[in-house]
Design a binder for this molecule. Sequence first.
Ligand SMILES: Cc1ncc(C[n+]2csc(CCOP(=O)(O)OP(=O)(O)O)c2C)c(N)n1
Length: 566
Amino acid sequence: MKMTGAQAVVNSLQKEGVEVIFGYPGGGVLPLYDALYDSPLRHVLTRHEQGAAHAADGYARATGKVGVVIATSGPGATNLITGIATANMDSVPMVCITGQVGLSIIGKDSFQEADITGITTPITKHNYLVKNPKDLPRILREAFHIAQTGRPGPVVIDIPKDVFTATIDYDYPEEIVLRGYKPLYEGKKKEIDEVAKALQKAKKPLLFVGGGVISSEATDLVRTIVDQYKIPLISSFMGLGAIEAKDPCNLGMVGMHGTVAANMAVMDCDLLVGLGVRFDDRVTGLLAKFAPKAQIVHFDIDPAEVNKNVSTQYRVIGHLRWSLQSLLESLEHKIDTKVQADWTLWLQQVQKWHQENPLTFKNSEKVIKPQYVLQELDRQTKSNAIVVTDVGQHQMWTAQYYGFHRPRTLISSGGLGTMGFGLPAAIGVQMACPQENVLLVTGDGSLLMNCQEIATIVEHQLPIKVAIVNNHALGMVRQWQRMFFQQRYSHSTFHNGGTDYVRLAEAFGAKGLRATTPEEVPQVIAKALEIEGPVFIDFQVCSEENVLPMVPAGASLDQMIEGVVD
Ligand SMILES: Cc1ncc(C[n+]2csc(CCOP(=O)(O)OP(=O)(O)O)c2C)c(N)n1
């Protein structure tokens, strides 16, 4: 069938089952926007390309499907960069379509030209500059395949304006032939058997659950292992929600702001089994003292991850669904009562640590404590909202005080730590899950970084509830300055009383509420939950609070600061 390049892109998106696209038009992509005009595809016009990228990312994190974003050439495309890097660090499947100047004027500093394939090479799983219009269907097919298979990630397709307008014979390929790209599904049985043997010998095994467990939809298999063998588990920030927070085997988050029990368990275990984790520096602390008594096992789909940060004794490369299923088969009848008895003793030990060292804070009747806001949000939403966060103290308090029970219910920028992610990501999440309660927990700093997207939320009347943990400061920066820079608060405070967030919300046409005293917190949350549309709540919290416990950067996991630091 004959059609233009732009129509070919639209057709291909439909063939890939795309439902919604996030984007922002401009000269370089005008032919594509013209083709979208006649298509049934839903397009959400954000107010900034960065917002579009985070919205597509949020959509992908909430569903597991590929998020799609469109931007024009030059500044449109460069505005996507932070969003692409964010998705890349957290292995989120995304296809980004960017416009490019005409083929004959590429490389001539043409108007609105940027070398986007060059710029995004280090932050994409793959990228394309389409030079021949007839390659478009194949490239789109490949891009979706690459984005969602193996370790998921973002793929950029840069399309020159005259490629959009050229006429081609359209045929969408069924088959994909990609030399050199073989995303592994099944690993080696031998590797599994070695892990099973190591487990039989272990007296203090510890499962370490990461975001890969969620993205590979393998939570049920981890659940089965935990139920059957009662092995304690810890979670990375990205792994929260994979297993119920309240599960008796779950010690919670590990690392810099992890629980005491999780960190102590790492220091004492004799076999640490990493499942879809990156062993990121916020998790390991001082590498030389990470899991000092343990042999380390690493399960991952991406061979490049193994031995990147920690040296492992055992590794299994493969899709976690295959690997965990095989491990379960391999373990069957091999864990005798003697081994199981050791594991039970170990579980009792770590549970005792967990009971003796719960996450706590000193509540107050005078000032609103941020942790109290989180506890109350958790209580009133029955731990059942999809919670999106920004980056900072509020993000860590959310991880600590909200009870995540289902996978894909904590949507947050873990790897890159992108302030400004939350609001647009919440748009993508609410679009993907219209029936769910979507709660955004943000900071007064982060919210301002993409606050233009309030307009998008209002336009689509998305019923997102936004909790602004307003400490009139860049709280996490302030905390570091307080603890490690002799309280020299260099440029971390918002003066002049900060922004009036109620009026900001109202200026965009959303509802704004405020809580200034602890008694108002429950009432204001209840009211926000009753209101149907978008609501922004300004919680005026005390700015002195620190996120604790804390392992200082570069210290070992047993060097936790637990008490309140003044
Ligand atoms: C885009 C970006 N710029 C800077 C930082 C560094 N940073 C990390 S946390 C933080 C403060 C966040 O402040 P706020 O959003 O108010 O949250 P709070 O820590 O007060 O809860 C900053 C500046 C970042 N993570 N992202």
